[in-house]
Design a binder for this molecule. Structure first.
Ligand code: DAT
Length: 176
């Protein structure tokens, strides 16, 4: 069983409302640090780790237990060095993550991104409301110690660069 105390490299969770830029950031971080990238949404689809399809949300309902089993060996390895991207945080074991990055985005920008993705009106509205209420930040705060959580703005290319720099610094000074 791996914990922040036993890990050689940190594990990073990138969370936030769909469309806030998680996979964009996570991919670049994994590439920069030579970390493994676990894109939960892709794994769920590729390995059919869901219980049903929700027509209204136009998405699969995640089988959380099966997903945890699927990634457990990698996440519980003391080598660490994993970037995980998911729009949820509270069902992962708390010990798995050294940094929990919560991306935030202005409603109008998020709206345009989700529309561009072809989401239906219901799904766009649900996600924009989720962002307005800060639901994913609250979820992270309920599940992880405050010092591991970093709320970062993700609205434009400058933010992306700043966020990469900020997380690079966190990784560099980790355990110092
Ligand atoms: P998520 O993985 O959270 O669903 P994404 O990484 O797929 O989000 O990004 C959604 C869209 O927004 C995509 O078209 C890329 C764009 N995007 C992401 N981060 C951005 C940023 N910092 N500046 C401008 N556009 C960004």
């Amino acid at each position: 069983m791996s914990t922040p105390a036993t890990r050689q490299r940190p594990n990073i969770l990138i969370t936030g409302t769909p469309g806030t830029g998680k996979s964009t950031l996570a991919e670049q971080l994994a590439d920069k640090f030579k970390f493994d990238f676990i894109e939960i949404g892709k794994i769920v689809k590729d390995f059919k780790i869901y219980t049903a399809y929700d027509e209204e949300y136009q998405s699969h309902v995640l089988n959380e237990e099966k997903l945890l089993d699927h990634i457990e060996d990698r996440m519980d390895s003391d080598s660490g060095g994993v970037v995980v991207d998911y729009h949820g945080s509270d069902f992962f074991p708390e010990r798995w993550f050294d940094f929990v990055i919560v991306l935030r985005c202005a409603n109008a920008i998020l709206f345009d991104r989700l529309k561009a993705r072809g989401y239906n009106d219901f799904k766009v509205r649900e996600n924009v409301e989720c962002e307005i209420f800060g639901s994913l930040l609250e979820e992270a705060r309920d599940a992880y110690p405050e010092e591991r959580i970093h709320e970062l703005r993700s609205e434009g290319p400058t933010d992306l660069q700043k966020n990469i720099e900020k997380i690079t610094e966190l990784v560099r000074t980790w355990k110092q």
